[in-house]
Design a protein around this ligand. Structure first.
Ligand code: GUN
Ligand code: ZN
Length: 423
């Protein structure tokens, strides 16, 4: 398969990583990009053409599969929203057939938006999580999916015994290991240890989760310091000195740990994240939608914390990672404006596009995807804007800020055509 157009190649954005545009084409064979050529367009090609962008597939590092049907429940803050909207919706995944059908539907939505890889929460239900993992593998995506661990401070429909849900997660980790050499060739799906957050997990459950993840060198996903009342509840339930230390004591920090939000962290907590290589998953759309606050991206970067970007559907409302990347720029700009700060620390468009692709791949420990280069996995999106972006003052800026989902013409996953627009 040959894709041609303006390739979004690895580049820089000032002294930060970014992407650069270059006319050219690439050839895919056996799931990989085997040739990349800069220069003119070839005489024949399968997808793309003049005026098209060829981007690495987007990577979403924080979202909830069962929450795609509750997007837009506006006007509540996190803890209220969990009780009134989220937990009742997630209870539907007690029916594994329902969970499977929903996951198929969600994957259709993701592919039509150009998302080819993700890290996601399922629910507390074991069979439903198994079905979700199966779906992701069957559809060829690169995915990390976890059964949510909850043993306190939640409605009865969400509560599980700690021992039982740890045993279930252990079984998932055996079947869906994180190490590629332990997986069947072509399968890019891993299970993750997924304690929901410190409020809904006892100290014992968190510790068992940390031990289990260490034993399997598994991914860990949880939420950290999203909003102020959450911090107070965690301090009451788990004591001090701070929220991040609750996870450190349980052995839950490390380079495979994805921590959603990280809005309210002290200097000590940022240092702890940097020292352990833990990843702070920035979720700008959810942070504004649930009125949680604004993550100070620059401060985390300056502290040496690894960052990623996530849609956090359904606390977040944008399914397209291009728009989430745009929200990352906007939220940083607003924070600057509100604080009356001096120099503008907002990332540029090139860095934002990098973050949603190669940057998120790096945060996940996936150097083999998220970028257009020879030998990379062929996870790609063909985008055909209907604006005259190539002549614009800032071509990629025009694509990002005028973005329209209808521009996604084709999505390639692991070298196979996985979505094609009818239009
Ligand atoms: N904290 C615990 N659970 C959730 C969730 O589902 N969404 C968000 N945004 N924060 C959480
Ligand atoms: Zn979340």
């Amino acid at each position: 398969m040959i894709l041609a157009g303006s390739l979004l190649l690895p580049g820089t954005d000032g002294d930060r990583p970014g992407v650069r545009l270059a006319e050219g084409w690439l050839r895919i064979e056996g799931g990989q990009i085997v040739e990349v050529h800069e220069g003119g367009l070839p005489a024949t090609f399968d997808f793309g053409g003049d005026g098209c962008l060829i981007s690495p597939g987007f990577i979403d590092t924080h979202m909830h599969l069962p929450q795609f049907d509750l997007i837009g429940a506006h006007g509540m803050s996190l803890l209220d929203w969990l009780d009134r909207v989220t937990f009742p919706n997630e209870a539907r995944w007690a029916d594994a057939d329902y969970a499977q059908a929903m996951t198929e539907r969600v994957i259709d939505q993701l592919l039509s938006g150009g998302t080819t890889s993700f890290a996601a929460y399922a629910t507390v239900h074991h069979e439903a999580t198994k079905r979700a993992l199966d779906c992701c593998a069957r559809r060829g995506l690169r995915a990390v999916v976890g059964q949510v661990l909850i043993d306190q401070e939640a409605p009865a429909s969400m509560l599980r015994e700690a021992d039982a849900c740890i045993a279930e997660t252990a079984a998932l980790l055996n079947d869906w290991p994180s190490q590629p050499e332990q997986r069947v060739a072509g399968n890019r799906v891993s299970a993750a240890v997924t304690p929901r957050f410190a409020i809904t997990c006892s100290e014992g459950l968190l510790k068992a989760a940390g031990d289990l993840a260490q034993k399997h060198d598994a991914y860990i996903q949880t939420h950290l310091a999203e909003m102020k009342p959450e911090l107070e509840a965690v301090a009451k339930l788990h004591g001090g000195p701070d929220y991040t230390s609750v996870y450190r004591k349980a052995g839950l920090l490390g380079s495979r740990t994805l921590l959603g939000h990280c809005v309210y962290l002290s200097d000590d907590e940022r240092r702890l994240l940097a020292e352990t290589g833990s990843v702070a998953a920035h979720c700008p759309t959810a942070n504004s939608f649930l009125r949680s606050g604004t993550m100070n991206r620059q401060q985390l970067l300056d502290s040496g914390v690894a960052l990623s970007l996530g849609s956090d559907i359904g606390g977040g409302y944008e399914r397209s990672m291009v728009r989430v990347a745009r929200a990352m720029i906007e939220s940083t700009l607003y924070a600057e404006l509100v604080s009356g700060g001096g120099g503008c620390a907002a990332p540029g468009v090139s860095e934002a596009w990098w973050q949603a692709t190669a940057g998120n791949a790096d945060a996940m420990g996936w150097p083999e995807t998220g970028r257009i280069q020879e030998d990379a996995e062929a996870d790609l999106v063909v985008i055909q804007p209907d604006v005259r972006w190539q002549d614009a003052h800032d071509p990629l800026g025009m694509v990002m800020f005028a973005y329209d989902d209808r521009w996604v013409k084709a999505t390639v996953v692991n070298g196979e055509l996985a979505y094609r627009s009818e239009a």
